[in-house]
Design a protein around this ligand. Sequence first.
Ligand code: APR
Length: 258
Amino acid sequence: MSAEFAASLATLADLLRSARRVVVLTGAGMSAESGIPTFRDAQTGLWARFDPYVLASPEGFAQDPDTVWAWYEARRRQVMSAQPHAGHLALARLSALSRFDEFTVVTQNVDDLHERAGCTNVVHLHGSLFAPRCMACAAPHRLDAGAVEPERAPRIAPPVCQACGGRVRPGVVWFGESLPEHAWQLAMQAAARADVMLVVGTSSQVYPAAGLPVEVRQADGQVAVINPDPSLRVSPGELLLRATAGEAIPALLTELAG
Ligand code: APR
């Protein structure tokens, strides 16, 4: 453990000892150590030739629904065969500490690893792989328990809505779409009240999620960033723990217990 990391860890632990309300903003880097590639990692395998910005868009789905549906099914399969890592588990234990009156996990991720690790207050800003819905009547669509294995070329026709016969779409927020209003309100309220915000595993390139740390600082809350990116710079006054989620969050839990 570097002296810089140890110092930031001790400072963050002190902040959390006096904090009552905590919010954690997570991005794709939070799931990286569970084997889920981050969004900006190069697409691999079957999907290497596709542009994720096209696949994750209303236009992409309208143009080629079978390819887009197969891509999300492949991602759902990947998540179903992944496990929460030590960072997810430590975050769940942190959230359960009686010292906190409020502990909200606001995630940009569409996987369910926070929930499977035991976090109970999770806000999904960008939707979920496990919440497809009908495009016509918005009825939730119940996915088969087992993930679909796209054996053949990555094309699977999206299901048909059992309620109205409309086309079912993935339950994620696509580029150009608005965030779910209720989720955004919950995230803004948590940020406005937070004493401390942990920002874990996000490149902070996508708004409005990337603006949440500003809300915390404007309300005199403290922001700590957990990210191994050697080139990352944080805003003045923010703490940086240059480490992975799987390294930093368990270390933070240990430091707090110390
Ligand atoms: N632990 C912590 N952080 C990590 C780890 C790790 N093990 N591995 C990578 N990271 C960091 C990277 O340094 C990067 O800053 O995670 C970040 C991942 O950034 P992105 O791939 O841009 O993912 P994210 O920030 O979640 O993207 C935000 O944009 O792509 C859309 O809707 C999509 O929700 C996504 C949003």
